[in-house]
Design a binder for this molecule. Structure first.
Ligand SMILES: Cc1cc2nc3c(=O)[nH]c(=O)nc-3n(C[C@H](O)[C@H](O)[C@H](O)COP(=O)(O)O)c2cc1C
Length: 137
């Protein structure tokens, strides 16, 4: 069984409390060998899940059925040789972690529009943002 990563984006209310979502996600991901990162910005979630293909697919299928977010869009799905977010069962990056220079580096504008990012750009952007470890909770 080899490693895959999956990135999707969805829309979510700005008043959403992530405490509960993260607690459930981290406990379950820990059990299932999933690592990853979740970014919330501009009413959009961007989440990367890493782990075995079977578990990542099943987890994504559960997540898209969750009514706490809408309009999920699969951005990237690939096999991995190494995990990029191996230290987080689900790292959380709030809006404040996204900077305009980083957005411009990976997209055509300084606006945060994950639906317009290529899979490669999105993965690289998440990896760069997550390096600023003080913003990951
Ligand atoms: C934005 C968002 C991200 C989520 N991320 C995960 C995750 O990484 N892992 C996970 O197991 N559940 C995650 N969930 C929760 C699942 O949707 C689901 O509620 C949870 O896995 C429990 O599923 P169950 O009640 O069918 O057992 C997430 C939910 C939302 C809204």
């Amino acid at each position: 069984m080899f490693l895959v990563s999956l990135i999707y984006t969805s829309e979510m209310n700005v008043s959403t409390d992530f405490t509960d979502i993260l607690a459930v996600s981290r406990a379950r991901n820990e059990r299932e060998g999933i690592t990853g990162i979740l970014l919330f910005c501009n009413n959009n979630v961007v989440q990367c899940l890493e782990g075995s293909r079977e578990v990542v697919n099943k987890t994504y299928a559960r997540i898209v059925r969750d009514t706490r977010h809408q309009n999920p869009l699969l951005i990237d799905y690939r096999t991995l040789s190494t995990r990029l977010f191996s230290t987080w069962s689900m790292g959380y990056m709030p809006e404040s972690s996204v900077t305009q220079p980083t957005l411009l580096k990976y997209s055509v504008s300084r606006n945060f529009e994950p639906r317009l990012l290529s899979g490669e750009s999105c993965l690289r952007m998440l990896a760069e943002l997550s390096q600023k470890v003080h913003t990951v909770q």
